[in-house]
Write a protein that binds this ligand. Structure first.
Ligand SMILES: Nc1ncnc2c1ncn2[C@@H]1O[C@H](COP(=O)(O)OP(=O)(O)OP(=O)(O)O)[C@@H](O)[C@H]1O
Ligand SMILES: [Mg+2]
Length: 226
């Protein structure tokens, strides 16, 4: 059994709104969130110890998983009742997801990882030039590198660049600072916030990294009783 807590009251227009959302894994209730909302254009932080369900919740919000009961509204869409094709399309067009374990395609260079994500986004008008984005993240020297040659921190930044290529309306970042030293962790959070603000996107970051908690006005804690 785990509990959720919230410091936030929902606003009229939310990027993410969760009501009575219960998620079970086998016999165990992973989390039960009574009510939580991330306002549009807000910066949210999802916290809790390892195994409390942070990645699970981010994957539900990204429409990768629907194994939960209750209400989950993301950018105005009720994702739990949509089919997989609709969810895939929604995610490709509107969500930028930074996976905890990056999920870079090893058979493609860094630049082509970004280009493929841009192409999958299907909104050519919103696609950003891959090299410009890599430059902005201090990665231009790595455009032709293969993912397996990168450090963990470099992979993390490439995964962030890939998530931003289609100007997503909601950026979800799963433990984006876990592989980074203090200076780089600060820089990555600043970058995610700047990118979100510049494009009017909402940002939700998961972490158990206490270094970054103060930056986020909207917080949700899972597994509070552990
Ligand atoms: N497909 C699955 N089937 C059954 N249990 C699963 C599945 N995926 C995850 N779990 C379990 O759900 C729990 C939550 O996992 P999750 O990865 O969401 O936690 P987390 O908070 O992201 O942890 P961490 O901080 O280590 O990344 C874990 O106990 C995990 O073993
Ligand atoms: Mg996780």
């Amino acid at each position: 059994m785990s509990e959720s807590s919230t410091r936030e009251q929902p606003s009229g227009l939310a990027a993410v709104e969760v009501k009575n959302l219960r998620c079970r894994r086998g016999e165990r209730e992973l989390f039960h969130i009574h009510h939580w909302a991330l306002p549009a254009s807000g910066h949210g932080l999802l916290q809790g110890p390892s195994g409390c369900g942070k990645t699970t919740l981010l994957h539900l919000i990204a429409g990768l998983d629907v194994s939960a009961e209750g209400q989950l509204t993301v950018l105005g869409e009720g994702l739990l009742t949509k089919g997989s094709r609709q969810r895939d399309r929604f995610r490709a067009r509107r969500i930028g997801l930074v996976f905890q374990d990056f999920h870079l395609l090893e058979g493609l260079t860094v630049e082509d990882n970004l280009r493929l994500a841009g192409w999958l986004g299907t909104r050519g008008d919103r696609r950003r030039p891959a090299l410009e984005l890599l430059d902005r993240l201090g990665l231009s020297g790595l455009a032709r590198a293969w993912p397996h040659t990168l450090s963990q921190g470099e992979k993390q930044r490439v995964a962030i660049a890939r998530a931003l290529i289609n100007h997503p309306d909601l950026i979800l970042a799963d433990e984006p600072t876990s592989a980074l030293d203090d200076d780089n962790a600060e820089a990555v959070i600043r970058l995610l916030m700047e990118e979100a603000d510049h494009h009017g996107a909402s940002l939700l970051v998961s972490t158990h990294d206490a270094r970054i908690a103060d930056h986020f006005p909207h917080q949700l804690r899972l597994g509070g009783d552990r």
